[in-house]
Design a protein around this ligand. Structure first.
Ligand SMILES: Nc1ccn([C@@H]2O[C@H](COP(=O)(O)OP(=O)(O)OP(=O)(O)O)[C@@H](O)[C@H]2O)c(=O)n1
Ligand SMILES: C[C@](O)(CO)[C@H](O)COP(=O)(O)O
Length: 230
C-alpha cells in the first residue's frame, strides 16, 4: 500500500528545555528529525513526505535534508502556532485521494511494520491509529486530591503514525478549523466528526521525545538497536 506522509516539526520543544527546537537535538550523530524521516525514506511504500516547519527554520531543515539525502521530502511548508495547524498546512500541500500518514517529527522509534499496518487499515476505516495499552494506574486529580481511579482496562496511550484517506482528513481539518474544534491528535478530530477510528497495537518504545529524560531512553534504545544489529 503506497502512502504519503505529513510530518509536523514546527514546535518549539518548550518541555524539552533545550533552548531550541528539539528536532535538531543530536542522537548518535544525527538530529532527531533525521532519524524520523529516515524510517520513511527507507520504506519502499512511502512515496512523498511533506515537512511542516517553523518559518524561521526553513533553511536549517532544507540543509539537513540535502546533507542526509532525504530525497522523499518533496515539500517543506510553514507550520502554524499549534500542531493541528501545522498538520493542516502539510495536508493542504498534498493533492488527490491517497492514503496519508501523519507522524510526529519527535517520534523517531517506529517501524515499517506499524507504518504498513496503519496505511492498510486506512483503506477500510475512516482513520487508523497506533497505540499501546496503558500500563500505569490512572487517577483523576484535582488540586492534588484524588477524585477517582479510572478503570484502565479500556485505556490506550495513543501514538503516531495515524493514517487516513487524504480527502477525509483534509475535509475534517477544514471542518475543525471552521468550528474552532481542537484535538491533541488528528484522530480525535475524526472521532468528533462522528466517524470510526481503528486501533493498531504499537510498541512501547515508540516514545515521543518530550522532556529531557526522554533523551536518556532514546539513547538507550539506539544503543540496544546497534547491539542487536551486530
Ligand atoms: N505548532 C506546532 C507544535 C508542534 N508541532 C510538532 O508536533 C509534534 C508533537 O508535538 P510536541 O511533542 O508537543 O512538540 P513541541 O510543540 O515542539 O513541544 P512543546 O509542546 O514542549 O513545546 C512535534 O514533532 C512538533 O514539532 C508542530 O509541527 N507545530
Ligand atoms: C499526536 C500525539 O503524538 C499523540 O500522542 C500527541 O498528542 C501530540 O503531542 P502533544 O504532546 O499532545 O502536544
Amino acid at each position: 500500500m503506497k502512502y504519503s506522509v505529513v510530518i509536523p516539526a514546527a514546535g518549539q520543544g518548550k518541555r524539552m528545555n533545550a533552548g531550541r527546537n528539539k528536532q535538531f537535538i543530536m542522537l548518535e550523530e544525527k538530529p532527531i528529525i533525521v532519524h524520523t524521516i529516515s524510517v520513511f525514506q527507507s520504506d519502499e511504500y512511502c512515496e512523498e513526505i511533506v515537512l511542516a516547519v517553523n518559518e524561521r527554520e526553513h533553511d536549517e531543515f532544507r540543509s539537513l535534508i540535502q546533507t542526509h539525502e532525504l530525497t522523499k521530502v518533496t515539500q517543506i511548508v510553514t507550520g502554524g502556532k499549534e500542531r493541528q495547524q501545522s498538520v493542516y498546512e502539510g495536508l493542504k500541500a498534498l493533492d488527490g485521494d491517497k492514503v496519508v500518514l501523519i507522524h510526529d517529527g519527535a517520534r523517531p522509534f517506529f517501524t515499517h511494520e506499524v507504518v504498513r499496518k496503519a496505511a492498510q487499515a486506512a483503506e477500510y476505516y475512516d482513520g487508523a491509529i497506533v497505540a499501546v495499552p496503558v500500563k500505569d494506574t490512572i487517577k483523576q486529580v484535582d488540586e492534588l486530591e484524588v477524585k477517582q481511579t479510572i478503570d484502565r482496562s479500556s485505556l490506550w496511550a495513543v501514538q503516531t503514525p495515524q493514517a487516513f484517506r487524504l480527502s477525509v482528513i483534509k475535509e475534517i481539518h477544514r471542518w475543525a478549523e471552521l468550528h474552532q474544534i481542537v484535538g491533541t491528535d488528528d484522530a480525535s478530530l475524526v472521532e468528533m466528526n462522528g466517524r470510526s477510528v481503528h486501533v493498531i497495537l504499537g510498541d512501547y518504545w515508540n516514545v515521543k521525545l518530550t522532556t529531557p529524560e526522554d533523551l536518556i531512553f532514546a539513547r538507550a534504545i539506539l544503543r540496544e538497536k546497534k547491539e542487536s544489529e551486530m
